[in-house]
Write a protein that binds this ligand. Structure first.
Ligand code: HEC
Ligand code: HEC
Length: 269
């Protein structure tokens, strides 16, 4: 059974420490009923890494801070984030208030800096100040129908994918390709599944427009990837396919050769 620390009734701000000591161990099933994801700032609960923080990092930090990056830390790894937590808090919170001299994160004017909300910054601050627990990922209840899959996938899309591809699925010119009516997406379901499992670097042409950027790989399970892709396929004018967890599982063995290869050099380099 998964366990996780929750704290339903004790006010968060002043009792952070006591609360960690008194922290109740409870089953994830129970915690999940009481604790919808992303509600940490409004329900007096200590945010946890797997439930509240990692989804924020996936959407707002992972384009730069991922497992392939050579010069900056990978915040999708709990240990790495834990070890540098106070600097994370300073860069995300203090710098944004002008109270720390180093550059605010995400980097100013990046699409991520526009997507990261004040509530997200506060959640990160509270996580650091309350001992940065890892917690447990909310147990994703297996969807029984395509409709359930779409509902679950939409939630995941808003918290992770929308930071780059936008809630409308339109992407951002020259930076993030569109998912709306994407010929690349609709042409090959297995390729799309592989892309979300392994990430993708380098040139890609979507609806006749070239992009050359980096989509990180995300630590998401089969059920989550099936849900999010089913949502994408059934939104934004796409083909309406359903993706099943078994199909995701099958693609885990098929890491494409081209993925993670360095981007091809231009003729001018
Ligand atoms: C567009 C790229 C980009 C994004 C997005 C981004 N960062 Fe950074 N980050 C950098 C770069 C480049 C550096 C190294 C330069 C520096 O320290 O300012 C850095 C440095 C940092 C450092 C300093 C690490 C240390 O110990 O010196 C922290 C902490 C940090 N980022 C946190 C975050 C968090 C948290 C997010 C998401 C909320 C984020 N960053 C999003 C590019 C990015
Ligand atoms: C950090 C930004 C970022 C996030 C978050 C992100 N993507 Fe991407 N995505 C990209 C980039 C950049 C590319 C193009 C990669 C390249 O140039 O090779 C891409 C490409 C794609 C493509 C193929 C091209 C297309 O437009 O059809 C699909 C499908 C896709 N992403 C789906 C997703 C899904 C689903 C999620 C959420 C689980 C997600 N992405 C999250 C940045 C992101």
């Amino acid at each position: 059974m998964f366990t996780q620390i929750i704290s339903n009734s004790i006010p968060l701000k002043r009792c952070g420490f006591t609360l960690m000591v008194l922290g109740l161990l409870t089953t994830a099933g129970l915690a999940q009923n009481n604790a919808p994801a992303a509600a940490a700032t409004t329900t007096n609960q200590v945010p946890t890494y797997l439930r509240d923080i990692q989804p924020i990092f996936m959407g707002s930090c992972s384009r730069c801070h991922n497992q392939q990056s050579r010069f900056v830390y990978n915040w999708l790894d709990y240990r790495t984030a834990y070890l540098d937590r106070w600097e994370i808090k300073r860069r995300v919170w203090d710098s944004s208030k002008g109270k720390y001299y180093k550059e605010v994160m995400p980097v100013a004017n990046s699409p991520e800096s526009l997507a990261l909300s004040e509530a997200d910054r506060l959640t990160i601050k509270q996580w650091v100040e309350n001992g940065s627990p890892i917690g447990a990922a909310p147990v994703s209840v297996a969807a029984q129908t395509k409709a359930e899959r779409i509902v679950a996938g939409k939630k995941l899309f808003s918290s992770i994918c929308a930071a780059c591809h936008q809630a409308s699925g339109q992407g951002q010119p020259h930076v993030f390709p569109p998912l709306a009516g994407s010929d690349y997406l609709n042409a090959d379901k297995n390729r799309a599944i592989q892309l979300v499992i392994f990430g993708r670097q380098g040139q890609v042409t979507v609806n006749g427009v070239q992009f050359n950027n980096n989509m990180p790989s995300f630590p998401l399970g089969d059920e989550d990837i099936a849900n999010v892709l089913t949502y994408v396929y059934n939104s934004f004018g796409n083909s309406g396919l359903e993706v099943k967890p078994e199909e995701v599982k099958a693609q885990r063995a098929n890491k494409p050769q081209t993925v993670n290869a360095p981007a091809p050099k231009s003729a001018f380099e």
